[in-house]
Design a protein around this ligand. Sequence first.
Ligand SMILES: CC(C)(COP(=O)(O)OP(=O)(O)OC[C@H]1O[C@@H](n2cnc3c(N)ncnc32)[C@H](O)[C@@H]1OP(=O)(O)O)[C@@H](O)C(=O)NCCC(=O)NCCS
Length: 159
Amino acid sequence: MTTEWKQNNLLVSTDQRRMDVNAIHAFLTRAYWCEGIPFEVVERAVHHSLCFGLFDGNAQVGLARVVTDYTTFAYLCDVYVLESHRGKGLGRRLVQCVMESSQLQGLRRFNLSTQDAHSLYAEFGFKPLKHPESQMERHKPDIYKSAASGEQSAGPGKS
Ligand SMILES: CC(C)(COP(=O)(O)OP(=O)(O)OC[C@H]1O[C@@H](n2cnc3c(N)ncnc32)[C@H](O)[C@@H]1OP(=O)(O)O)[C@@H](O)C(=O)NCCC(=O)NCCS
């Protein structure tokens, strides 16, 4: 099942075969939230996610990636539009396509994390956590930087 939105030369598509992992990796490896992410990690993540690619002709110029069970829960991440295409409503369009997708209806919880784009997501009903004290996380923000510098990751029970 694929979701598609077309306008002139622009296309948002969930067709997995269209995703250009080279282009996605080229952006993500310099993104503030996953700087240095290896190509193979992006490749696996894209393969195992519901991806909404933004295309200008054949060139991939944006992405929104959803990690989900398609039933109860989804996590929206890796949302970007290339600098050359920003400020034209395409980021909003990507998020709109995600929210309208027939594969993502009826979820109990839809989460995301953002440093500064809260107002974009607020348009689609996202709010700050109501009970942050009840949420927990295991977060390793520097995991790709430490992997690149050859550090070992901590095993279970160590931090
Ligand atoms: C965020 C991003 C996807 C927006 O894409 P875009 O195509 O330029 O956005 P749009 O033209 O659809 O506009 C989005 C709206 O969200 C608002 N917005 C809120 N936070 C924003 C932010 N951090 N960056 C850009 N726009 C933001 C804009 O002001 C705009 O509202 P307006 O039309 O009322 O001015 C793009 O700037 C980007 O790729 N940034 C770098 C990656 C990033 O930070 N991703 C978000 C991770 S959560």
